[in-house]
Design a protein around this ligand. Sequence first.
Ligand SMILES: [Zn+2]
Length: 535
Amino acid sequence: MLLLLLALQQQPLAARADTLKPAQDAVDYDITLVLPDTGNHLLGQVQTRWHLTSTKPIEVQLDTSMRVVRVLMDGTADARLARSLYGRDQLTVVIPQDRAPGDSMTTAIRYHGYPRAGLVFGKDPQGGMAAFADNWPDHAHYWLPVQDVPSDKATASFHVEVPEGYQVIANGTLQRVDTLPRGRTVWHYRIAEPIPVYTMVVGVARFAVTSLPDAACAVRCVPMALWTFPGDSAWAGQGPFRRAGDIVDYFSQLVGPFPYERLSHVQSATRFGGMENSTAIFYPEQAYLDRKLDEGTVAHETAHQWFGDAVTERDWHHVWLSEGFATYFAALWQGHAYGDSAFRRVMAKEADDATINNPVADRPILDFATRNLDSLLNANTYPKGAYVLHTLRGLMGDSLFFSGIREYYRRFRDSTALSSDFADVMNETSGTDYNWYFEQALTQPGFPVLVVRWRYSSGELKVQVQQVQKDSWGVFQIPGLVLRAGGVDYHLDIADRLTQHTFTGVKNRPDDLVVDPDGWWLISSEVREVEGRRR
Ligand SMILES: [Zn+2]
C-alpha cells in the first residue's frame, strides 16, 4: 500500500498528455526536396526507416495541402494504398503493415504542393528567393510526412535541390554539393545523431558564410559558422556572436560534450526570437536589421543544443525541461562571462517575470490541461522553469547539483526525458529524495507570498512568517529559508501557513531583516518590524 501510494505520488512528474501518440519508431528520415526558381511549390520525397514497435499500421502526418503521389513499402507499391492516396482529407497517411513488433521496414512517400506553414518562402534583402523551415511545435508535417511529435527522434539526411547561386543549410554536416545541368545544385547534409522532428530544418538563401574559430577544443573541437545575409555579417560577428565560441566552451565544460559535430548560427525567417534547430540555430532576420539580436539570445539557443535538442522533452507538457533549462543556462553564462552581479540582474528579471508579471501564475508548470501547444511557451515554462533549477541548486549545493546535471545529460543525451527522469537523476546523485520539491515546484501553481514580522528584545529575535498567497496556490515548504538580520543569517524551516520562532542569544538589535538575501527561492515577501512593548 505504501509503495502504491508512492507510485501515485510520483505520477504527475511522469504524466503524458500529448494527444498524438506515435505507433511506431521512425529511426531515420532520408529527405529529398526540390525547390523552385520562383514561387513556393515544393516537390518532396521522404524515405523513412522504421523500427516496428506494434502491429498497428504506420501513420505519418502530412498536411492535406500536400498531395501524395506515391507510397512505397520496402521499395514496392501496395495496391491497398493506391486507392487512399487521392482525395485525401485526413492529416494522416496510413500505411498498412503486417509484420511483427521488432521488425524493420522502409517507406517512401513522394508528394508535392504549396506548404501552408512549416516551410516558409520569402525574399532575401536583395529580392532573391529565400525559404526557411519553422517547425516548432508541430509544423514539420506541413512540409514533411513525419511522426510530428517530440518523443520520436530520428537521424536524418537531406538532399535539397535549389537554383545555382543559392546556398542550403540543414541539420548536421554538409557532405557534398552536386551540380546538375540546367543551372541547379543539390546540397547533401547528414546528421548522425537522432534529433526531434521539430528541429529538422532547411534554410535556403544567398548567404555570406563566416567561419568562426573552433569551439570546445578542450573536449572535442566544434566547427562554428555564421550564416547571414551579406550586409549583416560584420555586425553579427562583432555583436551578438562575438562570444559564440566561448558559450559553447562554457556549456561543454559545465554540462558535457557538445552533442553534435558542428554549430551554425543562421539569419532566417523564424517567427520566434530564436529557434534552436539542432546544429543550425535560426534567428529572425529583422533582429539583425534592427541590430537588436543580443548575446543572451545566442546563449539561450546554444544551451538548447544540450537541453531540448540532445535531451528532448518526451511530451510537450514537460517543455520546461527545454525552455527552463535554456533560460537558466543563459543566466549562468551571463554570470560566467560578466560576473555574479550580471547573473543576479538576469535572475531578478526572471523572478519578476515568473511572479508579479506572470499571467499564468494560477497554472502549474506541468499544465496537463493545456491543449494549445503554443500557449506552453509562457512565464511558467521559461522563467519559473529556470527557478526550478536555481532553487534546486540552492537546496543541493553546487557540487551535487552540477554532478546531477552532467549525469542527466549523459544518461538522456540523444534521447527523451520526462520531469520524473530528471527528478530521479537528481535524487540519485544527491542521495536525497527531493520529490516533495519537484512536485511543489512543477505541479503547484503560484509561489509563496510571505509576510514576515520580527521583533527584537533583550537578546531574543522573534520571527513570524505567514504565507498569505491565495488558497488555490496551496501551502509551500521552504526548508532552511535564510533570514539575514543585522548581517547574521538565521535559518528557518517553513512548512505551514504560519511559522513562529524565537532565536535566542542575539547580541544586538538588528537594523533590518532581509528574506532569502541570496535569492535562491522564487518568493514575494514583505517584512515588518513590530515594535516591542514598552515597559
Ligand atoms: Zn528556448
